[in-house]
Design a protein around this ligand. Structure first.
Ligand SMILES: *Cc1c(COP(=O)(O)O)cnc(C)c1O
Length: 454
């Protein structure tokens, strides 16, 4: 990359001398140095070399209202002046956390009227594990503690989050999962459906839940956790038969259902929650990311009334974080929800921009490198393959990373999950910007095809 700015080199030196980066290939990072992002506005980022980039990933799925919203800046500044910090432990509270709890409940599914706040999505899922086990113990069933999750699900990177998640690379480092967490197959038809039709595969994948419950014994199982749509796993949209069958199984057995709404929540599907989109009735919902549009860190768990009742009548709950319900984060969350309401951002996604994005994205399906384009709301995935008919991949060539690099160099952030390219732009992306995204994506697919066929 060109060096127009001498500071770029200095920052890259700081990176290799002093910074241990999250989720990064350290060898690569040292060789090339990180790209330094210095500012952002709307759906665009700028790097330290002055390049403008369309952020097709909304940061890490979080910047729902786009960058540079002065309303959020003002909310943070005002709250910092008024009360920059206080905690919610030991019989105290403060207005922003309480008002945000109310505002979140107002948009949550019917019958979910309590929120436990955390500092992140991972902490939210740690809280889920504690809540599930505490809930059953309070009812005299402490052995109902196993949580069923899914291979290739993502639930964060703390010990509980990574254990609940089904990422083998994460499990390998740190002797995970911790005991009491088991994984079933994911509903990834394109990658794993073989000769089954999507519908038949969806039923098969859902039935894995029942088989696991019966194998373990329902008296041992506390909960099932799943993302309505897997995000980090590769924007995996289950076949239409999957959630209805899961709902039948959940109705049959006395276990809790946890929807990890960290990505799907706050409008990404065109509904407030992925659970609304699929008509799910979770007992617990993990939230983060879009809650504050990523302007400040915050997460939480929304809890169904029958669970909240047991917990709140259960005496001490020995769990919490210094920054649970942090007043500045809560104030930003409130301002963020106000923007989502006042500007009808989710309504616009559903009625206008998501249908347009999905239509334009699917035009890429004719590209020789593309095996499938799928998407829903402001989520999309493009499967890169060698053979469209057999879904055969380019073995060992890292086509996804090649494509990601071309995007990176040509002004578009698209993420690669193996050879699946994924997007999740800010919810406020408009038609022109969607055109820009699709045009750049096609150009980068062309460049990638050239590179692999030389
Ligand atoms: C990002 C994510 C998390 C973890 O959130 P952090 O804020 O990074 O801890 C959990 N679940 C899902 C579905 C996520 O996408």
């Amino acid at each position: 990359m060109s060096n127009n700015n001498p500071q770029t080199q200095q920052w890259q030196t700081l990176s290799s001398d002093h910074h241990l980066a999250p989720f990064s290939d350290y060898k690569q990072l040292k060789e090339k140095g990180p790209r330094i992002i210095t500012k952002a506005q709307g759906v665009h980022l700028w790097d330290s070399e002055g390049h403008k980039v369309l952020d097709g990933m909304a940061g890490l799925w979080c910047v729902a209202v786009g960058y540079g919203r002065e309303e959020l800046v003002q909310a943070a500044a005002n709250q910092m002046r008024e009360l920059p910090y206080y905690n919610l432990f030991f019989q105290t509270a403060h207005p922003p956390a309480l008002e945000l709890a109310r505002a979140v409940v107002d948009v949550a599914p019917e019958g979910m009227s309590h929120v436990f706040f955390t500092g992140s999505g991972s902490e939210g899922n740690d809280t889920v594990l504690r809540l599930v086990r505490h809930y059953w113990a309070l009812q005299g069933k402490p052995q109902k503690k196993t949580i069923i999750s899914r291979v290739n699900g993502y639930h964060g990177s703390t010990v509980a989050g990574a254990s609940l998640g089904g990422m083998s690379g994460m499990h390998e480092q740190g002797d995970l999962p911790i005991p009491g967490i088991v994984h079933i197959a994911q509903p990834y038809w394109y990658g794993e459906g073989g000769d089954l039709s999507p519908d038949a595969f969806g039923v098969w994948a859902a039935n894995q839940l029942e088989e696991k419950i019966l194998e373990l014994g329902v008296d041992q199982v506390g909960a099932f956790i799943a993302e309505p749509i897997q995000g980090a796993g590769g924007v995996i949209i289950p076949p239409d038969t999957y959630w209805p069958r899961i709902k039948e199984i959940l109705a049959k057995y006395d276990i809790l259902f946890v929807a990890d709404e960290v990505i799907c929540g706050f409008g990404r599907t065109g509904e407030w929650f992925g659970s609304d989109y699929y008509g799910l009735q979770p007992d617990l919902m993990t939230i983060a990311k879009g809650l504050t549009s990523g302007y400040v860190p915050m997460g939480g768990v929304i809890v169904r009334d029958r669970v909240a009742k047991v917990i709140s009548e259960g005496g001490d709950f020995n769990h919490g974080f210094t920054y649970s319900g942090h007043p500045v984060a809560a104030a930003v969350g409130l301002a963020n929800l106000r923007l989502l309401h006042d500007e009808n951002i989710i309504g616009r996604v559903k009625a206008e921009t998501a249908p347009y994005l999905q239509k334009r994205l699917r035009e890429l399906a004719d590209h020789p490198l593309v095996g499938e384009v799928r998407g829903l709301g402001m989520l999309g995935a493009i499967e890169l393959v060698k053979d469209k008919a057999t879904r055969q991949r380019y073995e060992g060539q890292g086509v996804g990373m090649i494509c990601r690099q071309f995007c990176f160099d040509n002004g578009l952030i698209m993420r690669a999950v193996g050879d699946t390219m994924i997007i999740a732009p800010p919810l406020v992306i408009n038609r022109e910007e969607i055109d820009e995204l699709v045009t750049k994506a096609r150009m980068c697919l062309d460049l990638t095809l050239n590179a692999v066929h030389g």
